[in-house]
Design a protein around this ligand. Sequence first.
Ligand code: ADP
Ligand code: MG
Length: 761
Amino acid sequence: MGIKIGKKVGVDLGTTNCAVAVLDEKTGKPIIIPNSQGEKITPSVIQFTEDGGVIVGSEAKEAFELGESGCTSAFKRNMGKEGTYCSFYGKSYTPVELSAILLRYLKEETEKVTGQKIDEAVITVPAYFYSKERSATMQAARMAGLNVRQIINEPTAAAMNYGVNHWRENAVIMVYDLGGGTFDVTLVQMKKDSQMVTLSTAGDHTLGGKDWDSRLCGILKQKIWEEAGISSSDYPEIDRTVTRSAEKIKKQLTERREIRVTLPIPGYGRFTTSVTLEEFEKSTRDLLEKTGNLCGSVLADMNMGWEDVTDVLLVGGSTRMKQVAEYLEEKSGHTPLSQVHPDEAVALGAAIQVHQPLPEYTVVTVASRAVPDDSRKNSGLFNFKKKEKVSEPKSPERKYKVDGPVGQEISFDNALKMTHVDVAAHAMGVIAVNTEGTRYINKTIIPANQRIPVKCAEAFRYYTSAKGENEVEIYVLQGEREPLDCQIVGKYVVSGIRHDRTQNPTLIRIQYSYDLNGVVHVQARQGNDTRDLPIREEPVPEDMSKYGRPVEQEEGELIAEPISAVMAVDVSGSMSGQPIKDALKAMCNFVDQFRDYEGGVKIGVIAVSDRSQVVQQLTGDLEKCKASIRSIKSCMTGVCNAGHPFADVLRMLKGEEGKRVAIVLADGVWEHQDTAIEAAKKCHRKDISVIGIGFGSADEKFLRDISHGDMEAMLVAQSELVHSFGKIAQEISADRSRGKHGRGGADSDALTWEAPDEQRK
Ligand code: ADP
Ligand code: MG
């Protein structure tokens, strides 16, 4: 038929209907390629015939509606699930195989119509699709002989199609996509430089036109019972008859407010009644409200309200229902409703994307640490704060403000002038043990609505065993709820971890990523290696209930790590008298806390004011250490605070194994704070935990700046010093477990994946 096109296509692989589009070479705008019967839309229905034939599209749909055998539909709903979806004539088919048949048909039809071989495709999926469903879609495409450039989200594609003709800088578009079996809502903004950015997305996998159909079935059956006095227990055929006509009646109700319905009921005869739009709307209002709530939640994610929405885009066949537009106008108030072609917009947008450059990875740090059930928090005496502030979302886009007024509407003469940045609908997390070693948690690695593709690396200490059972199990989750309420992406077993007695525990770095298709990947490395450790994907065990129970002993088995701690005490003039006495007492108390510590401890002491002086090198002799502490006098290193202890700290802890900590007690304001902070940062970079603790007129910000690691000290009253030092000792000596899982705690100091921190000596 000779439509001249590129060899790249966009494919809307819908649950109910499919469409294929390309960019028109002449106009630079996307157009739909009809199938060989001239239809722009191909129903996602397949019929297998007894002689081994396969029929796809309208003909199969008709056969399906007539109740012929060998027909199957809606298999997209089961994408990503293992096992058979249907069996005909001795052969069984998985959802992936069925999708592959459909895709192959679409590919061949398009090639037939255009006379050109297709060499690349962008395929769309619901934004809410999990990693598994996306992988399954890729697999189906490969089986169909399609080379997939990218999997993109349906609402994204629809918005791109809309943007070509209705570009207005700063406009916020709500894409409301109600299809046959799924509902998706996505917020997209048109930004500077013709860039379309997805802000946030949500959806319901199990909500779609089919649900409206089944409500209509309910209405019809009720009428049959009330008006004819019969039910499906008298005439079993009623169910089938009603189911078959429901969709048609629903569609007629988008044209008229009331329709006459005649249903042939085998064995009974014809039953005639009327159905009104009002009845239909009333019985389906809750479904509409479900969609409305999801719209509200994507807005809330962005700290936005309905008033911030410039346009609502209606996508998907079910948005043809009158009540959808009415409901959304009600919700969005003055906001105009904009239409794209509900059946074609997704494929048209995909055709734009297939010509776009592939996006680059962004790198983020671990999103949040699960909040530990932390008794210390309420102790009042000493306020430890976890460094990671869970309540504040990392991504700046989450607290969203539209900047500037909405610009004039323009239309692009070439669709390629527009680019797009997409996000992942689901947070990615892992099953981890909480900091207390008591409970399994879902530790979020990458939050929801993070731009994709995206990578995030974390590291944790792993205790290797000489016996060689050196494997780490990682269960990757999608979702933000408790582990067992989330979608389990897979079980990844990291192996090949080398045992090295002198380096025990070893650092394991894991890199998690969402690729440009929204598919999850996991990589692991040991220490500062640049080579990946082998990872094998194992089937997720049937019984995961273990992760809903308290942590078992083996998993919670505790191991004490060697500790090297240096205490630096401010001995400037302001400390003279009671302050220095209290400080020295607190330091001795600190030392005493390690009396029974099994992992081995070494403690050193520094006095600092105008200069830093090592009073005690690291020693395991705790009595000797206390004697050295008692020998400290105020002003022994000068009256003022011109010095800092961090160079000595670094030197003393260099080469020490296990946990390395410095506790710096400061009074008043130090003279060269910037120099001190710089020097403290050198310690941080060497993975030394620094705890700044102060009283009197100490500078809280300075204390925070020099601190690093699991704990952050605050200002405390002089009378609390003894108690506070005791608490620090307890925190430092808290045992770690050697489970196969990572921890929810803060030992996962973020390391970058590409350029690991300098080698620890
Ligand atoms: P999917 O994205 O799941 O493939 P579509 O976007 O093609 O689905 O929408 C299919 C749904 O739209 C079906 O539930 C169908 O009944 C519904 N639909 C199509 N036309 C109309 C109409 N005129 N009135 C109401 N619903 C319609
Ligand atoms: Mg669709």
